[in-house]
Design a protein around this ligand. Structure first.
Ligand SMILES: *Cc1c(COP(=O)(O)O)cnc(C)c1O
Length: 376
């Protein structure tokens, strides 16, 4: 049987029970399970706000857009970001006519604070930090830099559902935190995400933007019987970004199992570590001190990357690469050469399969295939 990189696990019966409630009551859209999930997510993370959306990409876009408008940033102003990420992170900056300025990554494959500091200019407005694979990297130093230079901080936590740093969920220090609940992430729905603004005011602006700019407060303030439901105001050119109750129903169930699932993912990482850490041609990417990673990814670095990819593929094991240096893409090629470490890592990294259906025997099998091939 083939071993895939990611396989989502759903508690099917419990999910169906939650979804049945939506179907029976006829409420599948925004404002029923979505509110229930937002409350549960705030409780779980300790963040002030949470707005459930149809994706993390939507959340990143709204985070950039609303901060830009609120702070009065101009087109062409800069946000420092990482070249080792899914393109959503950097597209969100371009959507708003801001410029992604790439800083290099460190040994955790997260933004290197020293290079971030070097890349700050008079037009820098914010830093976008990605906790790659669930790792927090040097996030606390990035927080300090943002304070020192008065920059906004957006945390792309798409991989970080359940990641703890020194015993707490990180993110309270950021101006906006965005999680993904895409089916391959640690809290899988089919497609959903959440954005948490630190400011209540920005959260309420965000709620209008995610539903075409419609301000529901207008009628809820003036109308008690529902007669004037159509008499809302439209304040902004908003988007159709809000999440729905079917996705939230699944998310509510999956959230109950998040810590337990991540515990199992960390076990998988420890099995890989035990068999691979002795090898001199393969090096697991280290988890930052104090970080209890969600272990969304298990990444190794090796100068035999392409050989290993082929070897595993020939054994029906399908690893991935997270990520290709974004400056290799045409759209971000203006920054090619700016981040030598990211470029080098991008050619040397490999993500081994991590999901809840893998057993210790599966991990041993993968590790043995790697170990036997390159023995001596
Ligand atoms: C998956 C991912 C996203 C986008 O998430 P969606 O919910 O699919 O929009 C953003 N950033 C990173 C780092 C991701 O891995």
């Amino acid at each position: 049987m083939a071993t895939q990189l990611f396989v989502p696990s759903y508690r099917t019966e419990e999910c169906l029970e939650q979804i049945r409630e939506c179907l029976d009551t006829g409420w599948t859209g925004v404002g029923y399970k979505t509110i229930e999930f937002e409350n549960e997510w705030k409780k779980y993370t300790g963040l002030n706000n949470a707005h459930f959306l149809n994706s993390a990409t939507a959340g990143l876009h709204l985070a950039v857009k609303i901060l830009k408008e609120y702070c009065g940033w101009q087109d062409g102003d800069e946000i420092i970001s990482t070249p080792l990420t899914f393109v959503s992170t950097n597209h969100a900056i371009l959507y708003e006519k801001l410029k992604p300025v790439f800083a290099d990554v460190d040994e955790h494959l997260c933004l290197d604070p020293q290079d971030v500091e070097r890349k700050i200019t008079f037009r820098t407005r914010a830093v976008m930090f990605v906790g790659l694979g669930g790792n927090t990297g040097r996030y606390p130093e990035i927080v300090s830099l943002c304070k020192k230079y008065n920059l906004k901080l957006i945390l792309d936590a798409a991989h970080m559902a359940g990641t703890h740093l020194n015993g707490a969920i990180p993110g309270k220090e950021a101006d906006a935190v965005v999680y993904s609940f895409h089916s391959v992430k640690n809290l899988p729905t089919a497609d959903a995400g959440v954005v948490s603004f630190a400011s209540d005011e920005l959260d309420s602006i965000c709620r209008k933007y995610s539903w075409l700019g419609i301000n529901k407060d207008t009628y809820s303030r003036t109308d008690t019987g529902g007669t004037y439901k159509w008499k809302y105001d439209v304040e902004y050119l908003g988007y159709k970004y809000h999440g729905n109750s079917i996705m939230a129903a699944i998310a509510l169930v999956q959230l109950k199992y998040l810590d337990q699932d991540n515990e199992y993912r960390r076990k998988i990482a420890s099995w890989y570590n035990a068999s691979l850490s002795e090898l001199d041609y393969i090096k697991p990417i280290p988890v930052a001190p104090g970080c209890e990673s969600s272990t969304h990814l298990y990444i190794v670095e090796t100068d035999k990357r392409d050989e290993l990819l082929e070897l595993l593929n020939n054994n029906q094991i399908y690893p991935g690469v997270h990520y290709r240096d974004n400056t290799e893409y045409n759209i971000y090629s203006y920054a090619r050469g700016d981040c030598p470490n990211a470029a080098e890592k991008s050619a040397r990294i490999l993500s081994l399969p991590v999901h809840l259906k893998l057993t210790q025997a599966d991990i041993d099998n993968i590790s043995n295939i790697i170990t036997n091939k390159f023995k001596r």
